[in-house]
Design a protein around this ligand. Structure first.
Ligand code: AHR
Length: 517
């Protein structure tokens, strides 16, 4: 009834004042009293950097001799931006590239490292000048934890076991001797290890049964380090809604051999018709949001399968590739996956991170694909220039949730409708941190309608409410190298206290973070 009334109001407003006039919708939040309030793992806010296009070379890494200011070859402007955004972990070297990568080719004197062809990404020559030591040093500079993706597609058990030992070992053995010879005396703690990537596809086109056996074989030879509490083995997980993949892995791999199961899901409209990155209409935007919001169902259903085999939730669901995927930007190498980033991407990031937060009991790690110059990047570079994308700002705003305690909630939101199709307009998540500050993040994906959200505040003690907002007039708006600050967060003044409730007025296409201190 309320929806019909709202639709009528919107219709009357539109008829009398024209389609550009903004009508107002309503949403109501209820906090769920729940004994279990999981922590929102900071690792949900992790990132992914592959040897793909200009992510590593010409992105993160410009080399020590570059005129672009750098620290051991890593751009200083990127270091500063990522430290401000706070990235808890960084996944490397792939992606599909991981199952072609032989880590021993990337150590030792750079001039002596062998080359290979990067067969998945443009067929370019990979000369291995950025390898394990460069990556681990980069993680230290970025104050992030490394997440290494092992090669099980074209590698060997010995090779992966050696890699684990090479970085971790503090006793005398051939691998630690080699590491020391290459300049790193002290071992490095690498907790997160991917056991292959997309084993159902570029990682070897395996069946889940075959992969489960492969996983057990590799995981066995990594176990020396798990028993020391040092590493987490993450199985290559399902492609979006392939529930059989998760079911089979959970059935065949004992829970004590497995610390995480991955899931990859991209907000893509159609794989063979992805559409332009920055020239799209409202219908296309709506379809992108449908694809992004599918994450709610995916996480719910994959988690339910995991619950059957692991009711104690020991194994994490690790969504280590997510984000919007479009056709490459005009005039760029199709193998490099470079795309612009618009307000549509900010909306995808806002809703997806709220979904992950709300499923924090099982989703304990996720990685946006990819950090620099590839897919839904947070940073784009053009020679010495660098811009922060709308997606960057969303992650920077949401960082307040990292390691805070989830406040479980339910929202009854009006719909965002296009034609006969509808999606929930507002998404939300909330947490309380160790200082007792409450953080609420909200996204209104509706392109035309304002949404007033009612949030009950009884039970919270606070002195002030502050907030920031990211919004822009058009879905296609973006930051460019000529106009790098068109979209950036500003102070949010759209809150009002009324009868023990917080009323939040969300403009169309907006992301808001509120802090109750
Ligand atoms: O992120 C780009 C590619 O997408 C990755 O290499 C692969 O894992 C996925 O298919």
């Amino acid at each position: 009834m309320q929806t019909i009334k709202n639709a009528l109001i919107a219709l009357i407003v539109t008829v009398f004042f024209g389609s550009e006039v903004i009508a107002q919708q309503k949403s109501v939040v209820t906090f769920r009293p729940q004994a279990e309030k999981p922590a929102i793992s900071k690792y949900i806010y992790s990132h992914f950097a592959e040897h793909l296009g200009r992510c590593i070379y010409g992105g993160f890494y410009v080399g020590e001799n570059s005129p672009i200011p750098n620290t051991a070859g890593i751009r200083n402007d990127i270091i500063a931006a990522l430290k401000k955004m706070k990235i808890p972990a960084l996944r490397w070297p792939g992606g599909c590239f991981a199952d072609t990568y032989h880590w021993k080719d990337g150590i030792g004197p750079k001039a002596q490292r062998p080359s290979m062809v990067n067969r998945w990404w443009g067929g370019v020559t990979e000369d291995n000048r950025f390898g394990t030591h460069d990556f681990l040093n980069m993680c230290e500079v970025l104050e992030t934890e490394p997440y290494l993706a092992g090669n099980i597609g074209s590698g060997t058990v010995q090779e992966l076991a050696d890699w684990v030992q090479y970085v971790h070992s503090d006793t005398k053995n051939p691998m630690s001797d080699l590491r020391k010879k290459n300049g790193r005396d002290k071992p490095c703690s690498v907790r997160y290890w991917g056991v292959g990537n997309e084993a159902w596809g570029c990682g070897g086109n395996m069946t889940p049964e075959y992969y489960a056996n492969e996983f057990k074989k590799y995981a066995t030879f990594m176990s020396e380090w798990t028993s020391k509490g040092k590493i987490q083995r993450i199985a290559s997980g399902a492609n979006s809604a392939d529930y059989n993949w998760t079911e089979t892995l959970m059935k065949l791999i004992p829970v004590n051999m497995l610390e995480g199961v991955a899931l990859h899901h991209y907000a893509v409209i159609e794989w063979n018709k992805k559409g332009s990155d920055d020239r799209f209409n409202e219908d296309t935007y709506f379809k992108s949001m449908q694809a992004a919001l599918k994450m709610e169902e995916l996480v719910t259903r994959h988690s339910a399968i995991m619950d059957k085999y692991d009711p104690q939730k020991k194994v994490a669901l690790v969504v280590d590739e997510w984000g919007g995927w479009y056709d490459v930007a005009d005039g760029t190498n199709p193998g490099f996956l470079y795309q612009q980033n618009t307000m549509r991407d900010a909306m995808i990031a806002g809703v997806t991170l709220n979904i992950f937060n709300n499923h924090a009991d099982r989703v304990r790690m996720a990685a946006l694909a990819q950090t620099v110059n590839v897919l839904q990047a947070v940073i784009l570079t053009d020679k010495e220039k660098m811009i922060l994308t709308p997606t960057y700002h969303v992650l920077e705003m949401y960082k307040v949730h990292q390691d805070a305690t989830l406040l479980p909630l339910t929202i009854k939101t009006s719909d965002y409708t296009v034609g006969t199709e509808r999606l929930p307009a507002v998404s939300i998540s909330a947490s309380v941190d160790t200082q007792k500050s409450v953080h609420i993040t909200l996204t209104n994906i509706d392109s035309k309608q304002v949404n007033e959200v009612e949030i009950p505040l009884d039970g919270f003690t606070y002195k002030k409410v502050t907030g920031r907002i990211l919004t822009s007039g058009n879905l296609q708006d973006k930051n460019t190298f000529d106009d790098p600050n068109k979209i950036k967060p500003s102070v949010f003044t759209g809150t009002k206290l009324q009868g023990g409730k917080l009323l939040v007025t969300l403009p169309p296409i907006s992301v808001v973070v509120l802090n109750l201190d």
